[in-house]
Design a protein. Structure first.
Length: 503
């Protein structure tokens, strides 16, 4: 049974969760967390402090021993807001690699939100009604509207509890003008997104993170976490906390000394999100980023997991949204995609590409004409830029570069080792991308007239010849001509002659 480990290096806490895949479901084996305050000073000076780095390394060494003890199949270690902002993040990444052998992925705020959403929907039954998800970390706050398992809107705001505490709250307890400035800043940030959230009409909010957990206990009283807290009650508790000294906040059950330092700012954010976005209540969930990482790893390992279906849905939504933004001709792109996938499957014995390339060719086919929106001259180069630099949920940055490279060479040029688009790929992928490009060029040739003239195909391989038999519903002279133009490229890559005929 596969075992996975997820490490979340946040601005306030470092968290680990190890889980085993049992009958297509994840079963938690071990959890651990510690407040290291890695983001302390980052949001003011732009630098990680040596003491916070050393503390975090010490915790990661402990996590590494636990991962080794259990024998994890796959480990993912991600960094969030503090490492996104720190100018000296690179020495810290090198230090972690030297101490543990782990390579840290620094995820964007939107990818962080996507993974948190995945962790929630893969483990909860949320229904079809829209719900607002809020993850308040040390450096940022991710807000996501989810409905029927689909991300309808997501954003990442610089409203982390550590960031706001260091920036605005200088006294104990905070002075009125400090709280007013904090509220004004939070309101300014929320003003950019609140109309979009209100329009979605979420009645409830699911809050994750340590600050949300502490607030849930404080709101419930008697050291318990309540299932849901009304907006008015969150506002009352936020005001109550702001009037307390840190020693008083520390004595509250569920808070503790380290959380007491930042809970005033965190409570203010939650109260204002509920108010400005017109959400009635909030409930806490212990799930979060690490659960999304585990769900992603499980999905990559086992296609029968619930999370795999969710990731496919996220990817499809993201591709459609990006294509709509650039006014892609969906009828043409979807036909090219269908033909490309058919070619991939029927020519598998010839191209010998890894299974993952089927997904990347599919995405490249859907977005291959996005660059036309910017300029028809050199549109394929514009497509590369759009895909490589856009946030496409469900794909890593490297996967986006692969997809962009596959879509890049559909004009007169072919992949070259000298091209920047090819240089940044791993050596093994450079030759594979060449093959993927050819498959997409063949698919595009089969719909050259944009009329869906070719409705299907079959393949015959006889010796050194590969014959495509095309079934058509209209004249396909243009398609046959376009295929013939690709025959030299086919011969160059596969050492075989390509022929096409109507069945």
């Amino acid at each position: 049974m596969a075992l996975f480990a997820a490490i979340d290096i946040g601005s306030n806490s470092v968290r680990m969760k190890i889980a085993r895949l049992v009958r297509h479901r994840l079963v938690v084996v071990q959890e651990d967390r510690e407040v290291t305050r890695l983001g302390k000073s980052v949001f003011k000076t732009g630098l990680l402090t040596p003491a916070c780095m050393a503390h975090t390394i010490e915790v990661l060494r402990r996590f590494h021993k636990a991962v080794q003890k259990h024998g994890a199949h796959t480990v993912r270690v991600v960094g969030t807001s503090a490492l996104r902002d720190a100018r000296n993040a690179r020495p810290f990444l090198d230090w972690v690699h030297s101490a543990t052998g782990w390579k840290i992925e620094i995820v964007t705020g939107l990818e962080e939100a996507r993974l948190i959403h995945l962790g929630l929907v893969a483990n909860l039954r949320l229904g079809d009604s829209p719900v607002l998800m809020a993850d308040l970390g040390g450096g940022s706050c991710e807000l996501t509207i989810s409905a029927a398992g689909h991300i309808r809107y997501t954003t990442s705001l610089p409203l982390g509890a550590v960031r706001l505490t260091e920036e605005f709250l200088k006294h104990d307890p905070p002075k009125r003008d400090e709280l007013n400035r904090l509220a004004s800043y939070v309101e300014k940030e929320l003003e950019r997104v609140s109309k979009r959230i209100i329009a979605a009409k979420p009645r409830n909010m699911i809050a994750t993170s340590g600050t949300a957990a502490a607030l849930a206990v404080v709101c419930a009283g008697k050291g318990r976490q309540t299932s849901a807290v009304a907006r008015a009650d969150v506002s009352k508790v936020a005001k109550k906390l702001s009037r307390m000294k840190i020693s008083q906040r520390t004595s509250l059950q569920g808070v503790g000394p380290r959380r007491a330092e930042i809970i005033v700012a965190g409570a203010q954010v939650f109260a204002l999100v509920l108010e400005k976005c017109q959400v009635r209540s909030v409930r806490y969930s212990p799930l979060g980023l690490r659960d999304g990482l585990l769900a992603q790893m499980a999905a990559d390992y086992d296609r029968r997991t619930r999370s795999h279906r969710q990731i496919e849905s996220d990817r499809w939504d993201a591709l459609l949204n990006l294509g709509k933004s650039y006014q892609v001709d969906w009828r043409h792109s979807k036909q090219v995609r269908a033909l490309a996938l058919d070619l991939f499957r029927r020519l598998r014995g010839i191209h010998a590409l890894p299974a993952d390339y089927e997904e990347w060719i599919s995405a490249a086919a859907l977005l291959h004409e996005a660059g036309i929106y910017l300029n028809r001259y050199g549109w394929h180069r514009h497509t590369y830029y759009i895909v490589a630099n856009s946030e496409v949920f469900g794909y890593t940055q490297y996967e986006r570069l692969l997809i962009a490279a596959i879509a890049r060479y559909l004009g007169s040029s072919r992949p070259s080792a000298r091209d920047k688009a090819m240089k940044i790929l791993l050596p093994a992928d450079r030759s594979r991308v060449n093959k993927a490009v050819l498959l997409l060029r063949l698919a595009r040739a089969l719909n050259q007239g944009r009329r869906g003239a070719v409705k299907g195909l079959s393949v015959q391989v006889r010796g050194e010849k590969v014959r495509l038999l095309l079934s058509r519903k209209a004249r396909a002279d243009l398609e046959l001509w376009s295929l013939e133009k690709e025959s030299g490229y086919f011969r160059e890559l596969f050492g075989r002659e390509l022929e096409a005929a109507l069945s």
